[in-house]
Design a protein around this ligand. Structure first.
Ligand SMILES: Nc1ncnc2c1ncn2[C@@H]1O[C@H](COP(=O)(O)OP(=O)(O)OP(=O)(O)O)[C@@H](O)[C@H]1O
Ligand SMILES: [Mg+2]
Length: 475
């Protein structure tokens, strides 16, 4: 028995090779396709317990010392579709976010002043305070794979307990492992795991990312982990399924986080990897582009403020470009800044909406609305990005051609990546006998037309978009 894990930014899959047969395991009973699991982890809320020693003033200001608070019970988690659904449901009925400050008992050194004449540095020991916003609901983690390459993100505190990124990934993998073991009635101790061609272009960071992923998977109780490039997985499965196709084959794996390209040469069942390449463009970035282009104005990205008619500070626009960075704006300093901008700008309603978006933690919902509309555009000429909760109400139409215009710069870069991959081994499009397009973002009609323009339509094979990688990992 051999088991493969495609741990994707958006979706994951587990495959099994037993008695020479490949099967994709139906891990997620709540998903449309049970073999395709949303890479999401949800922590159920845990009740806060405040010690008797807390004073009325502390309770009123919601400020405690770390030893005065604890959480009831132990962490319980959900994975996949149910994790997303539960979070969205809970978030609809959330309470207003309450800021809680927790003194950790530690201090850190803060530079309070540098004397400009003598250069003398004045420092002070300040107490470390953790700030958390309590909405009375659980916590959702998604796209954990994206965090692997980040040198900033190390982990998160969830209901009083700190989890490293490796531990969070471990909890997700433990969930799917448990489900797989109950299907197979056998323990899983070994996994072949896919990895993108580049976690990071910086070799050191790339190594660290793979190590973090490996330790995450080991945290789930897997003893032996081996890695394989994701597009090689797809290539192996393609060759396995279509043994008649020979020559140079380009694998185009276009997912939620990255586009990976691999050129292989196949002759008489011999399989040789010519080159691997890729670029950090995936479906998630398209959602960001749509947010900024279609919803940005609604949330104030185009305002002018102050005497000098300044634009919206770029750090706010940057934060809006991903659902997981919007909640970071929920801090006293940024909120104050936005309220200040609101008083001096030409569209205060837009800033009100932005403040509401930030304070009520709606970014994931709104990005989901974009995701839905984007997917519809793969089979329709237009769609509507919809959200209504009584305060935020919008139905913003987007046409396919508008969407394609928005993502044009990304598609140009993708085309360049393909051409660069070919050039690295001195091949021309005519030297390619087949193109294997896989990954969810290959559903975009623009991908089909781009690949057909380069290689000719007859060479393009759309191949098991969501499961080809997992399937090939066990070969
Ligand atoms: N019908 C569709 N039209 C357009 N995009 C789609 C469609 N279906 C899925 N996608 C996109 O495909 C992406 C997910 O694809 P996939 O599951 O292959 O990615 P992943 O393996 O999780 O990511 P990665 O390999 O980059 O880590 C998402 O960005 C999603 O929006
Ligand atoms: Mg993938």
């Amino acid at each position: 028995m051999k088991i493969g894990l495609d741990f994707g930014t958006t979706n994951s899959s587990l495959s099994l090779l037993a008695d020479g047969k490949i099967t994709l395991l139906p891990i997620d009973e709540f998903a449309q396709k049970p073999e395709v699991v949303r890479s999401a982890l949800y922590f159920y809320p845990q009740k806060l317990i405040i010690a008797n020693s807390a004073t009325d003033a502390q309770i009123k200001s919601n400020t405690f010392n770390i030893d005065q608070i604890s959480y009831e019970g132990t962490a319980k988690t959900l994975f996949g579709q149910k994790a997303v659904k539960t979070y969205l449901h809970d978030n609809k009925y959330r309470q207003e976010g309450k800021l809680r400050k927790i003194y950790t008992g530690r201090t850190f050194e803060l530079i309070t002043w540098i004397n400009p004449y003598s250069g003398r540095i004045y420092k002070e020991d300040v107490p470390e305070v953790l700030e958390e916003i309590d909405y009375g609901i659980g916590r959702l983690f998604h796209a954990l794979k994206t965090a692997l390459k980040s040198s900033y993100y190390k982990g998160s505190t969830v209901f009083g307990k700190y989890y490293s990124l490796g531990e969070l990934i471990g909890m997700f993998v433990a969930n799917i492992k448990k489900r797989a073991e109950s299907i197979l009635n056998e323990k899983i101790e070994e996994l072949v795991v896919g990895r993108p061609v580049f976690f990071s272009e910086d070799l050191e960071k790339d190594k660290v990312a793979q190590k973090r992923l490996e330790s995450g998977i080991k945290n789930a109780g897997i003893k032996n982990v081996s890695f394989e490039y994701e597009p090689i997985g797809a290539a192996k499965y393609f060759v396995h399924e279509k043994p008649n196709i020979q020559g140079n084959i380009l694998v185009f794996d276009f997912g939620g986080g990255t586009l990976d390209t691999t050129l292989i040469n196949v002759t008489n069942e011999k399989f040789k990897v010519l080159v691997n390449d890729g670029v950090y463009i995936g479906g998630d970035l398209f959602n960001s582009d749509v947010f900024i282009n279609k919803l940005g104005k609604y949330f104030g990205t185009e305002i002018k403020w102050g005497d000098k008619k300044q634009p919206m500070p770029s750090r706010f626009i940057n934060a809006l470009a991903s659902w997981f960075s919007i909640p970071n704006l929920n801090n006293a300093e940024d909120i104050r800044m936005l309220e200040n901008i609101k008083r001096q700008c030409n569209d205060p309603d837009a800033i009100d909406r932005l403040l509401y978006l930030i304070k009520t933690n709606l970014s994931f919902e709104i990005y989901e609305a974009i995701e839905t509309a984007k997917k519809q555009l793969s089979s329709q000429e237009k769609s509507v990005i919809t959200y209504n909760d009584g305060t935020l109400d919008f139905e913003i139409e987007i046409t396919k051609s508008e969407f394609q215009k928005i993502i044009k710069p990304r598609m140009d870069e993708i085309k360049e990546t393909i051409m660069r991959t070919l050039e690295k081994v001195n091949l021309k499009p005519k030297d390619i006998s087949a193109v294997v397009a896989t990954g969810g973002s290959s559903s975009l009609p623009i991908v089909k037309s781009m690949l057909s323009d380069i290689f000719g339509g007859e060479k393009i094979n759309f191949f098991e978009l969501f499961t080809s990688i997992a399937a090939g990992l066990v070969l």
